[in-house]
Design a protein around this ligand. Structure first.
Ligand SMILES: O=c1ccn([C@H]2C[C@H](O)[C@@H](CO)O2)c(=O)[nH]1
Length: 151
């Protein structure tokens, strides 16, 4: 079943992502990312990027959000499926400010984990100055390797 959403629902999820981005800990890149995940039960879980002085240990916003859901004990099967994702980000004043931000490769794989265990192919809205770009996770990560291969 493919769920559809109203523009208001999409914009509310993007607003939640923007609120999360304001809480980013990104003193090194100054690139503040927020992610908001909408579950089938209507709950929204957000995450922001959390950088580290080692740089390479930095955590992306989408990964923080997925870890929040799964580590809270709400496995996707209990809480409901992952229905939609909103991602926003940028560095204020940087040349690329307002460019579309889509999940990095690692985050696509992390999102695929929670999507597959709940049996969904979530919509992903990527914020940008000309309005959000909408894709399915399966378009961002075709032929995904995931729990379906192992469980
Ligand atoms: O999908 C992405 C891509 C990047 N970042 C973060 C990592 C780093 O803190 C900053 C610059 O790469 O943006 C995310 O949170 N999500």
């Amino acid at each position: 079943m493919t769920k559809t959403f109203t523009t208001d629902q999409r914009d509310a999820l993007l607003a939640a992502a923007r609120e999360a981005a304001a809480r980013a800990y990104a003193p090194y890149s100054k690139f503040h990312v927020g992610a908001a995940l909408l579950m089938a039960d209507g709950s929204v879980v957000t995450g922001a990027n959390v950088e580290n002085a080692s740089y390479g240990l930095s955590l992306c916003a989408e990964t923080v959000a997925v870890a929040g859901i799964l580590s809270s004990g709400d496995r996707a099967g209990d809480k409901g499926r992952l229905e939609a994702v909103a991602v926003t980000g940028g560095a204020p004043g940087a040349p690329g400010e307002g460019d579309v931000v889509s999940p990095c490769g690692r985050c696509r794989q992390v999102l695929n984990e929670i999507a597959q265990i709940g049996g969904s192919d979530p919509l992903v809205w990527c914020d940008g100055r000309d309005g959000p770009v909408e894709m399915r996770l399966s378009q961002l990560l075709p032929y995904a390797f995931g729990p379906a291969n192992l469980l």
